[in-house]
Design a protein around this ligand. Sequence first.
Ligand code: SF4
Ligand code: SF4
Length: 604
Amino acid sequence: MTEIKAPIISLYQAGFSLFKDACLSAHERFVKFPAIILRLLALCLLVGMAVTAHAETIDELYPAVKTFFPQADRFGALEGKPLAAAIYQGQRLLGYAFLTSDIIRIPAYSGHPINTLVGFDLAGRIVGIRIVEHQEPILVVGITEERLQRFARQYQGKSVFDDIVIGSGVEGQVAIDSISGATITVMVENATLMRSVRRVAESRGLSPPPPPAPVTVDAMTASGKEKPAADNVTASASAPGKSAPSAAVTHAKALSSVSHAAPKKNITASVQDEPTWKGVWRKRSFQIAVLVTGLVVLTLVLVFQDWLAKRPRLLIYVRDGYLVFTIIFIGWYSLAQLSVVNVLIFVYSVMHHFQWEGFLIDPMIFILWAFVAVTLLLWGRGVYCGWLCPFGALQEMTQQLARRLGVRQFEFPEMVHERLWALKYIILLALFGVSLQSLVQAERLAEIEPFKTAITLRFQREWGYIFFAGGLILISAFNRKFYCKYLCPLGAALAIGGEFRIFDWLRRHRECGRPCQVCAAECQVQAIRKNGEINANECHYCLDCQVTYWNDQKCPPEVERRRRRERSVRAREMVRGMEPIIGPSGLFDQDQAGCDACSRREPK
Ligand code: SF4
Ligand code: SF4
């Protein structure tokens, strides 16, 4: 209260002196003019201070803090080091509240920290948390307020010194449930919250309770109790719900008498100070290992693509198996669906305050982007779109199933198709433009991507979103990868990146497009132009055209080559049969096992 009273008293005094100045004669006012101006300035300053001092109480700024301390009747301002506001009932100190961004700023998925209002009582128990500011795409649209609150409620009653982990923890840790689809976000939130709350608590005199003394079997036997299970030995020390210190005790005494939900094992300082991303990478080491193995397999497929294309049946197994792996492991299990939001955040971050930590926070996304960056340069956008995109794979599998069930396919005429291509680039440009103004708004509009619904949230969303994502998948049953071809802004961004690729690995014959149109008719994303050229910006690297390329029953130049070879063999057999009559022909002195004068256009 004193911090509010002081400026008000000064304000009153300054106002009174100005009133006296106003009563002076004109001559006196002229003489005292500089002093009057100074007083006016001082008055303005004091008004500002009075207003600021009033607005600084935490309940004025964040009324939610009242729900953390329902019995409180007085709230302090954010002050001290680190900043925190004291909360009172009458003269009794109840606890503290603060904003995590004032203490620690860990960049989350969006590259920005999540700012959370936190309160804890003198017993070191967290009494409430409320996210007050964030730019997390998944929280902007996707996670309902109710799910967010359910997550926040898990912290209530936990000790500020607990080693709280998301998901499952080892002995001594306190595990809480994640929010499905927002694991990385909640991991960062947890790290931010627990580090900052601990820092504030320690600065205000709270300290972790000493580890409970081990209870020896002899002591228990002497007291006539049975030998307890190992976990129960510390149970009394960790039982929550002990009462808070009484009003009579001093603050320090209250803190030292705390006997709250003590952790069975406290976190070491080194782990506490370790960058959050390192912990996340450690925790997801299994997923990382599987993903890296998957990427190595894909690299082998790409390097030995000719060998595989000559073995169509094996290629089908490899490809279908990989698509299933992409949908289930990369998509639904690891939630590693890349998004145009990643691109927007990256650009924004480069333009503002680039920090590696923000990108390292999700190892799966980071590794995938690193791989995509390399393959963009070597093969173009098709490697991601054709093999690694969970939503793309979902569409492709849906279409394969539909074809097996005999569903008729349709394609747009080429002219319409080429006009529709442009749509995805327009969408990308629009999103980029909006992101320059507001990243959060751009993230909202990026809901044009059905990824969050179909992959990240596994269709556990409001009906409108499910209808949209389901509709796109349904369309893909009739028109292969309709969304990819015409609407996907991520595909457009990758196509732009793919412009810088160094090689063309897909083989073509001189006859491709002149006049042969077999591959062009078969390419289901219509990426082969009428002149036989492959449009690498649209190609999804399915390798179908490569299978045809090597097929000497289907590809006209290959068919012709096979026939020539067969004719040559027949002719040689005839000559060989006639040699006893006509004498040595000389044909077999040199190797003429069929001229394979090649019409193949080697890839550059
Ligand atoms: S175009 Fe979009 S949805 Fe389709 S495969 Fe590529 S990134 Fe995935
Ligand atoms: S058929 Fe050929 S051109 Fe068409 S998407 Fe597949 S690899 Fe690309």
